[in-house]
Write a protein that binds this ligand. Structure first.
Ligand code: ATP
Ligand code: MG
Length: 401
């Protein structure tokens, strides 16, 4: 076993004052859920920190892969533990030294780097002071690895070697970065408009990262869009769920809505009017599910329906629930970079048509006027209502995890 314990580092939770325990408990719970199928683990708050103790064999890479995706975690340190022996005069030093070497063997392939020891003696029954332990353990490492390039640098070491002496001894020296953010479920719940593109999964990720538990809605248009397009959205939601926890995806059959709008409204206004109906439905779903925000992947000027004027007209249908657009000021390349980082990119670029590309006009309006759009929507009166109701009453909901 490469290590028997993981020390979980988290940043912002520590600033939450009295609420800190609530945040920590939620983070522990998320970790337990994510590790459940990988072995037997105990996740505990100890000494003001979170530890994951492995009680069975496990695959190190699988565990790391999961831990480093959980929101709220800024870093994961693989820890090797050993026991103290307070019946001995030196507290069991040899065993600590041996465990330190074992830790080095596990964590490093070569030893041509500088280090500094950071021994913390919380357990004052341990007979050797921290400073003396720093020196003695440093010597142990040098003796073993000096020939291979290991050296001490007390000002800017490449590696900080931590040895914490408590009821047991905890040794670690590597921090593998996590995604940061806040644990899912500590900041309310939201509804993402999730399409199969590059942008909306990134937007979902960004809001979920702030601790918002996400649901999602996808407007599907069979047979104009294929089953594969729907599967792609599910896949994207599933990737987001690796960070954000399970996501309930509401799939709305939007085909008849689109056909009705296509039939009655000017074609250069189709996208705007369709978006307005998507937003109306999204707000209704959010209210019904008790969600506190709507999230979209829009970015100013990216396409005709995302000019400032288009967004004004589209947003006008929203009555109560705020719409968050975390990508609003980002360039496409910045969004792509983020989607590559979170691993949604390869799925997003699969070439399955989404419902908007089928019904797009050759020359869509880029500066829609609200009164003109409202007048066009008048033409839908008396026709679209039952279609709208049917779409809302036949929503299929699946849980992605
Ligand atoms: P994306 O890359 O997220 O698909 P996009 O650049 O294709 O975005 P639009 O098609 O204009 O942009 O959509 C803007 C936003 O509206 C999307 O980011 C998404 O949040 C939402 N949206 C668009 N189409 C759908 C759909 N079929 N189902 C759910 N949400 C959608
Ligand atoms: Mg799209």
């Amino acid at each position: 076993m490469k290590c028997d314990t993981f020390l979980i580092k988290y940043a912002e939770i520590g600033t939450k004052g009295k609420n800190r325990y609530v945040f920590e408990d939620i983070l522990c719970k998320r970790i337990r859920v994510r590790l459940k199928e990988l072995g037997s683990f105990e996740v505990k708050r100890d000494y003001g920190r979170i530890y994951v103790y492995a009680n069975s064999e496990y695959d190190y890479d699988d565990v790391m892969e999961r831990l480093t995706k959980i929101f709220g975690i800024v870093g994961v340190c693989p820890v090797l533990r050993t026991t103290l022996d307070l019946s001995k005069e030196d507290g069991g030093f040899d065993d600590i030294a041996e465990t330190l070497i074992k830790h080095f063997e596990n964590e490093f392939d070569s030893f041509d780097f500088s280090f500094k020891m950071f021994v913390k003696r919380n357990n004052k029954s341990f007979p050797i002071t921290s400073m003396e332990m720093d020196a003695r353990l440093g010597e142990v490492l040098l003796k073993k690895y000096e020939d291979e390039g290991l050296h001490v640098d007390i000002h800017t070491p490449d590696i900080k070697v931590y040895v914490e002496i408590r009821d047991q001894v905890y040794i670690y020296s590597k921090i593998i970065p996590g995604p940061g953010g806040l644990p899912t479920g500590t900041n309310g719940r939201g509804l993402a408009l999730l399409s199969g593109g590059i942008d909306s999964p990134v937007a979902t990720y960004m809001i979920a990262k702030r601790g918002v538990e996400m649901e999602a809605v996808y407007f599907n248009a069979p047979p104009y869009t294929s089953e594969r397009a729907k599967d792609k959205v599910k896949k994207l939601g599933t990737i987001c769920s690796e960070y954000a926890g399970p996501i309930r995806l509401h799939i709305v059959n939007f085909t008849d809505m689109q056909l009705c709008i296509y039939d009655k409204c000017p074609h250069d206004e189709l996208t705007i009017i369709m978006k307005r109906y998507m937003y109306r439905m999204a707000e209704e779903i959010a209210k019904k599910e008790g969600l506190e925000c709507i999230v979209t992947g829009e970015s100013i000027g990216q396409v005709s329906s995302q000019t400032a004027q288009s967004l004004l007209v589209i947003n006008e249908v929203i009555n109560e629930i705020p719409v968050y657009r975390p990508l609003i000021g980002m360039d496409k390349q910045e969004i792509i970079n983020l989607s590559q980082k979170i691993d949604t990119y390869e799925t997003s670029i699969l070439p399955y048509e989404d419902c908007c590309t089928i019904f797009v006009a050759k020359h869509p309006v880029t500066k829609p006027h609200l009164d003109v759009i409202k007048r066009s929507e008048e033409k839908l009166k008396g026709v679209i209502e039952p279609i709208y109701e049917k779409a809302m009453s036949t929503i299929e909901t699946v849980v992605l995890k």
